[in-house]
Design a protein around this ligand. Sequence first.
Ligand SMILES: [Fe+2]
Length: 214
Amino acid sequence: MFAENHAMPLFPTFVWMHRLKPEDTKRVNDTIRTKLLSMLEPGAEKLQNFRHQTDQNLHTLPEFQEFSEYLLAATKGVMDFMQVAEEGIEITSCWANINTKGGLTQPHTHPNNYLGGVYYVDTPENSGSIMFEDPRAQPKLISPRVHQSTGENSGHTIMNVEPGVLLLFPAWLVHSVKPNPSDQLRISVSFNLMFSGFTERVSPVQWEGTVPTT
Ligand SMILES: [Fe+2]
């Protein structure tokens, strides 16, 4: 009957996962955790439903230097994967999310950047997940019953994560985090990346005008 039969993914949406080596995870996370906890107001870690976000300049702090180097190395891999010809990309912002029990993150994107992402420092029991939503509107119009939910037939994907995991994704991809069910702090570091010299080299139109000929 069929000489050939396969499904072709068109316009796929990628989330790139990197996992640090265990020895690097411990060193980086211990350094980050110590710095972040020193920045908290006394007693904040005992508040319920608390979500603390730091300033967005963490990548400029010496305690985040090693992490920033890993992040840029991972980003270079993404640029190569996507065949992006831009030579420069930089961290435009980097901030930490510290959630006590009940703390959550509403669905959101990371506007005005090419890539967004998150790195995990502490993920207490049952708190290590992130949900991504299908960016396409059309599949939601027809939603048949399925034998099993899969990445191909679901409107969202829940990804399990743990300390040392670094996720990079398109900045426009909607994502959220469920409430932290644990009495322990959930700590993650979020960030944005954008092409250097964007307005000089990327924003201008890439085509040239044509002159009518008679
Ligand atoms: Fe985010």
